[in-house]
Design a protein around this ligand. Structure first.
Ligand code: SF4
Length: 208
């Protein structure tokens, strides 16, 4: 396994073994972890509906059908700790066992380790994948359907309310719960990326 695979499998195994941390955590200050997770899943459902309605045909024809799958690049997908936690909470045990096998023995050596014959192996795929649209697809859909571009902008704004730490957000809290329990992973970008850490410091010094 390369370093990317090792980081992914370690994160998934740590999360699986300690999902009870989430069951015992309801609130952090005013932040209701379960309510926020439900809201996030509702957002993801809306994002998926948007993709299916406006982009699925274009992407299937231009990319998946031709087996190009250009967006599912090898070891290029940044997965957040919260992506792993949320996805693990939505998959059954046997599916998660299968996901571990997918990480350790990927089917395609030139593509993302999670890309299988049936598509992406995640139930709730990484947020970066959910929100990614290539510029060709965007141009072709948005030029013909300006209303789709408006909905897309609204989804981008909703995404930030879970992932952009200029306020306390779900992606940060899900890391904090595990960090407080002395877990560590390179996937904890909210607490390791210099840019995101700066934002959190600014927020805290502004008393938010
Ligand atoms: S995680 Fe899934 S959607 Fe994202 S790049 Fe890999 S196979 Fe594609």
């Amino acid at each position: 396994m390369n370093i990317y695979q090792q980081e992914q499998i370690q994160a998934l195994q740590m999360v699986r073994q300690h999902m009870d941390l989430l069951d015992t955590t309801e609130n952090i200050g005013d932040f209701d972890v379960r309510a926020q997770t439900r809201e996030y899943l509702a957002f993801r459902s809306d994002a998926e509906t948007f993709f299916k309605r406006w982009f699925e045909r274009t992407c299937s024809k231009n990319c998946y059908g031709s087996r190009l799958s250009a967006c599912c690049t090898k070891d290029g997908i940044l997965t957040f700790w919260a992506d792993v936690v949320i996805n693990a909470g939505q998959m059954e045990k046997d599916e998660l066992d299968q996901l571990e096998m997918t990480i350790t023995s990927p089917k395609n050596e030139y593509k993302c380790i999670y890309l299988t014959q049936k598509g992406c192996a995640w139930r709730i795929k990484p947020i970066i994948c959910e929100m990614f649209l290539c510029s060709e697809a965007e141009c072709s859909v948005f030029n013909a359907n300006p209303e789709a571009e408006t909905i897309r902008r609204e989804l981008e704004e909703r995404k930030k309310t879970f992932t952009w730490p200029d306020r306390l957000v779900l992606f940060e809290v899900l890391e904090k719960i595990f960090i407080d329990a002395e877990f560590d992973s390179p996937l904890m970008y909210m607490h390791k990326s210099p840019g995101l850490l700066r934002l959190i410091r600014q927020r805290k010094s502004a008393g938010r």
